[in-house]
Design a protein around this ligand. Structure first.
Ligand SMILES: [Zn+2]
Length: 296
């Protein structure tokens, strides 16, 4: 029944128009796929990160990116020697169009199960129209996608021999999700496992309102507390391999300049991870203070 209602809603909202938004060139510029760990590969563009986690029972894809991205992601998966049709689960870091717009096509083509954190489910199923930023015009709409499994904070996703944990890190979107799992990287002793952290997102811009003023509500209730909670959570996650929804979060292109000589070890960056979280937190706290001080 929920599927039928969703399809009806999709049919109705598909009649509304797309907002004009910025698409940065590096979001669609192709990048040769590369290995990060024994079972973890990068299949995204120069900045929009997409990750393939391989298992003997099929593969997990994290982030479908732009509406134009699925052919690029598919080409990267196949270049690595894997089958696109083996994609069994689709996950994401956040429900903005630059990570979500390709979902409907990938789900249609692969029949993967779409698993989304509860706060982002209405956004995914409405193609962005339920996003709290929709009226600002700063985010794009996209083809809606049905959600097969609704995730909650701390839920795990298991396929074959891999188990990922979904950490609810809200604020950037209401269901923003940071993914963690443990894996082996080439060159390490056989029994050594590394902690992978794939950050969902921590940024914001002038359309985000952390504080309610008369006649001017907060972007959504408790958005400020959500961001504060997110930084507290991110600080506690054990991190060896620092990854995220945008390559820019973890200086991917800079790290790739050393990849040829050092291999996947270039992504071992616990210090860079903590510095990223601390810097993002300070940026948020400064903006929060400024909004609190603003007289309406
Ligand atoms: Zn975003």
């Amino acid at each position: 029944m929920r599927r039928l209602l969703t399809l009806l809603a999709i049919a109705l909202i598909s009649l509304t128009t797309h907002a004009a938004v910025t698409i940065k060139p590096e979001w669609s510029t192709p990048l040769a796929p590369f290995k990060i760990a024994d079972n973890l590969y990068y299949v995204g563009s120069q900045d929009l990160a997409s990750y393939l986690i391989t298992t003997p029972q099929g593969n997990i894809l994290i982030n479908a990116n732009l509406e134009t991205s699925p052919p690029q992601i598919r080409a990267s998966i196949e270049k690595l020697g894997f089958k696109y049709a083996d994609t069994k689960v689709l996950l994401n870091g956040q429900a903005h169009f630059d990570h979500m717009a390709g979902s409907a096509q990938i789900l249609h083509e692969t029949h993967a199960k779409n698993m989304v954190m509860d706060g982002d489910v209405p956004v995914v199923e409405s193609g962005g129209r339920a996003d709290f930023l929709i009226d600002s015009g700063s985010i794009g709409t996209f083809p809606p996608a049905y959600v097969d499994r609704i995730l909650h904070d701390g839920d795990t996703v298991t396929l074959g021999n891999v188990t990922l944990t979904a950490h609810h890190t809200p604020g950037h979107t209401r269901g923003c999700t940071t993914w963690t799992f443990r894996t082996h990287i080439p060159g390490d002793p056989a029994t050594t496992l590394r902690n992978v952290v794939i950050v969902g997102g921590t940024s914001f811009w002038s359309d985000f309102h952390f504080v309610a003023h008369p006649g001017h509500p907060a972007s959504y209730p408790n958005i400020g507390q959500d961001f504060a909670h997110t930084f507290a959570v991110l600080h506690t996650l054990p991190c060896d391999l620092f990854l995220g929804a945008h390559g820019s979060y973890f200086d991917m292109l800079e790290k790739l300049t050393r990849y040829k000589s050092q291999g996947p070890r270039v992504f071992i960056d616990p210090t860079g991870y903590q510095a990223f979280v601390t810097e993002s937190q300070h940026t948020f706290e400064a903006a929060l203070k400024k909004q609190q001080a603003t007289k309406p």
